[in-house]
Design a protein around this ligand. Structure first.
Ligand SMILES: NC(=O)c1ccc[n+]([C@@H]2O[C@H](COP(=O)([O-])OP(=O)(O)OC[C@H]3O[C@@H](n4cnc5c(N)ncnc54)[C@H](OP(=O)(O)O)[C@@H]3O)[C@@H](O)[C@H]2O)c1
Length: 252
């Protein structure tokens, strides 16, 4: 299965503490979350992004997707935990293995399509010193995950992760384009590139007439983009985002 141009980010399905969205929100209940997932599938989205650090997100997806596992590509992460309102990090091989076993149970599945290292910002240290990517490679060989990579926070880290793994998740939006070199490298090497914070986590640029369309135009004009993971719990936004992505892809 190929990834859809848009993926659904699920921070807001699991966590409402320690997030930097412009507006307060209420975590959707099960009925609302199921309707959002059904709408996403109807609109052609097949990629869903989660993480242990998104608190209840994985657990909820396990229950919500239990009869439709094969319809989705699931991306989860290792390395960051959210405990008592605080982020904690552990990139060790032992924690990586334990975390994936736990994600498999929470997601009620026997494989995860993609697993990314959830960087704390020290990308190069994680890549060169912690053995996390090597552990993910071993786990991939065992068939528990199908692809792996890293969600990076630096240009050097993104470029190094592209060389050392299958894919990179990077930030790219109208207000922050520093990591375009990572996208260039993913395109050059033929590696996957997932865009996070494509809409600047909701802090939309005011100097564009249609900031959502302008964001999609930016992201999909780059040949390196595999998919943009948009975090939304608002059905109208989900629909508008898919329409805007389609417009951008039509002119590409
Ligand atoms: N790996 C990492 O380190 C990392 C870090 C951050 C994010 N991520 C992943 O990337 C996903 C996306 O990142 P993000 O949620 O921070 O940022 P984002 O997708 O750029 O923005 C999400 C915010 O934009 C709002 N929004 C969405 N569509 C909109 C529209 N059409 N018009 C106006 N507002 C709109 C959403 O509100 P509504 O809910 O009301 O639509 C939400 O508050 C996350 O869910 C997560 O899966 C990963």
């Amino acid at each position: 299965m190929l990834v859809s141009a848009l993926g659904l980010g699920t921070v807001k399905l699991g966590r409402d503490q320690g997030v930097k969205y412009p507006d307060d929100f209420t975590i959707p209940d099960d009925r609302e979350a199921a309707a959002l997932l059904a709408q996403a599938r109807e609109l052609g989205i097949n990629l869903i992004d989660t993480a242990p650090a998104y608190d209840k997100s994985e657990q909820r997806l396990g229950s919500l997707l239990k009869d439709q596992r094969s319809d989705w590509l699931i991306c989860s992460k290792v390395g960051e935990e959210f405990c008592d309102g605080q982020s904690q990090f552990d990139f060790s091989p032992e924690h990586t293995r334990t975390s994936i076993e736990r994600s498999l149970k929470r997601l009620r599945t026997d494989y995860i399509d993609m697993v990314l290292v959830h960087s704390d910002g020290n990308d190069m240290d994680i890549i060169n010193q912690r053995g996390t990517l090597q552990t993910l490679e071993e786990i991939k060989q065992r068939g528990l995950i199908r692809a792996f990579g890293m969600s990076t926070k630096t240009v050097a880290g993104g470029i190094a992760a592209a060389a050392a793994s299958d894919m990179v998740m990077l930030t790219y939006n109208l207000a922050y384009r520093d990591e375009v070199a990572v996208l260039d490298e993913c395109a050059r090497l033929g590696k996957g590139a997932l865009i996070k914070k494509a809409l600047a986590s909701g802090h939309l640029a005011r100097d564009y007439e249609d900031p959502v369309q302008a964001s999609m135009d930016l992201i999909f004009s780059h040949p390196g983009t595999s998919s943009a993971i948009i975090g939304t719990i608002t059905p109208k936004h989900l629909e508008a985002n898919v329409l805007a992505a389609r417009n951008s892809l039509e002119v590409r």
